[in-house]
Design a protein around this ligand. Sequence first.
Ligand SMILES: Nc1ncnc2c1ncn2[C@@H]1O[C@H](COP(=O)(O)OP(=O)(O)OP(=O)(O)O)[C@@H](O)[C@H]1O
Ligand SMILES: Nc1nc2c(c(=O)[nH]1)N=C(CO)CN2
Length: 203
Amino acid sequence: MTAPFLKGPSDPTVQPVPASVVEKVDAADTTLHNPKRAVLSLGSNLGNRLETLQGAIDALEDTPGVRIKGVSPVYETEPWGVEPGSQPTYFNAIVVLKTTLPPSSLLERAHAVEEAFHRVRDERWGARTLDVDIVAYAELVSDDPHLTLPHPRAHERAFVLAPWHDLEPEAQLPGRGAVADLLGTVPQDGVAPREDLELRLPE
Ligand SMILES: Nc1ncnc2c1ncn2[C@@H]1O[C@H](COP(=O)(O)OP(=O)(O)OP(=O)(O)O)[C@@H](O)[C@H]1O
Ligand SMILES: Nc1nc2c(c(=O)[nH]1)N=C(CO)CN2
């Protein structure tokens, strides 16, 4: 008679699962049952800007574990942080989504979508076909340079705050306060809604 194949503590083929792995799996499981809200900023100042922003929204929606819940109006904005007139104007928009992805995976996906639209990273704040930034992820606050939450410059950027305020007038930027109040503290010249243009919420 053959011995029953029992995978118990005495089975030498079974390795104990490290506590760190158990923690990660448990955390992923919790996220899976409890989707988090995230706010992303999209920007484009090279190529067909509107088509690129719509393509980015559609690509984000095609991501397993991501559901887009809202898309802001489109703004045409003067480039922020660079010499005036040195770059074409941007189209900017905000998307609000629900996700079961942890923040690091959402950032990876954001970078993959940028690459799909041929984003080239050379100089800081250089012109780009597509920029996807994570403005906020749930209530998380983190100073990790790889993923700082909320985005470290979101509170001073009218090109983030104005479209976000249109989409969610009551929004709060974790650790910084109401978007409506922040909007009152930043210059809004060169940040104009393009009412003739529209981005679609994916079906
Ligand atoms: N909240 C965040 N969203 C996106 N990237 C972030 C965030 N926090 C930190 N980063 C890091 O910043 C790095 C540079 O990002 P990116 O090239 O998009 O910067 P940028 O768009 O030129 O400038 P800015 O960060 O001022 O928007 C990324 O590789 C990423 O690891
Ligand atoms: N108007 C505008 N200016 C910018 C933008 C942007 O999206 N819009 N993005 C930058 C880097 O993230 C730097 N400057």
